[in-house]
Design a protein around this ligand. Sequence first.
Ligand SMILES: *Cc1c(COP(=O)(O)O)cnc(C)c1O
Length: 400
Amino acid sequence: MPGYELWSDKERKEVNDVLKTGILMRYGFDGPRKGIWKSKELEAAINETFGCKYAQITSSGTSALTTAMSALGIGYGDEVIIPSFTFVASFEAVLSVGAVPVLVDVDDTLTLNPEAVRKAITPKTKAVMPVHMCGSMADMDSLIAICKEHDLFLLEDACQSIGGTYKGKSLGTIGDAGTFSFDFVKTMTCAEGGVVMTNREDIYIKSDGYTDHGHDHKGVDRGADLHPFIGYNYRISELHAAVGLAQIKRLNEFLSIQKKNHGLLKSILEQVPEISFRRVPDPAGDSCSFISWFLPNEEITRAVVAELKAQGILAGNFYWFDNNWHYIRKWDHLKNAITLNSLSPELKEKVMQQANKDFAASDAVMSRCISTSISLLWTEEQIKEKGEKMVNVIRKVLKD
Ligand SMILES: *Cc1c(COP(=O)(O)O)cnc(C)c1O
């Protein structure tokens, strides 16, 4: 999955362009920057590569989500439907705008179960936020239909699925807004960074101001900018944008290696009839950053994880069910609504209520799931060796 694996002279060159002028900030300094605008260039490249009208890059994927929610006007009293399986950033962002994260079960797509989404809708629901986890997508047609029917915003967290598509459209560009993360382990990286993508000009203009203290960016004199609303500082630096600019030009190369490696490893795992694979609503659009596979039950899955560990080959295989960062089961800080600053008592109560619901349907999926991350550095030989070792472990456990 990660673009950092193929760090090269191309990234060094883009960063050096910025280091030569020393103008590390994305706004202003028009003279001394000598025509070097890496952030603007990266935004244009994002529009071009992913087919969206507008892109606002930010300091992180998390700040991109917060920005998108603010631009959509999500805040006090609103509910945002998110999946039980995601990265913690998804609920952090909802909380950061003062809204309630409404957690909903995932199905064998490892993303929002549309029926569970329907059941979770209340008069306070403002948005549905599918998270395209582990390289592949949610069932977008169903979610689009639900959002239309109930007049809800669709906000895609596509942070883990850069380069994935659904029926020909890039993930992250289908809803009212969508986000990518360019943190260090994502498909392409800025070291730290993110983006809000949208086809709506109003959302873009709000995102642009929100990430820079509410500046309207209308003139050439930054000091004279007006501030039509209160914003924050979620700006990216030119150094980070420069890394991303080199990486986006290499994205097709990364994706084609990912797909090749994914295909080869999958063909080896397929030899075991007891293994099934994650359902992918549009298989052609899988970005292939992970292979996610299921074993028949939790007991077998745990035994396979233990045996992979014992043989020293667990690295790169994720058992999310036991993971602190990605699944509701171990989010004790959320279940107890532990924050450093006080939440309103009403919000705190709702957060705890949401996080302590019954997630048996998600457990039934996640307790049997292992995701294997796809490296860009593997040779064919290494994939065969890795795949065969994994298959041997699984066969051994199944026999016992
Ligand atoms: C990485 C990630 C984020 C947040 O990205 P950062 O850039 O690390 O803040 C959000 N959502 C998901 C699903 C992610 O994987």
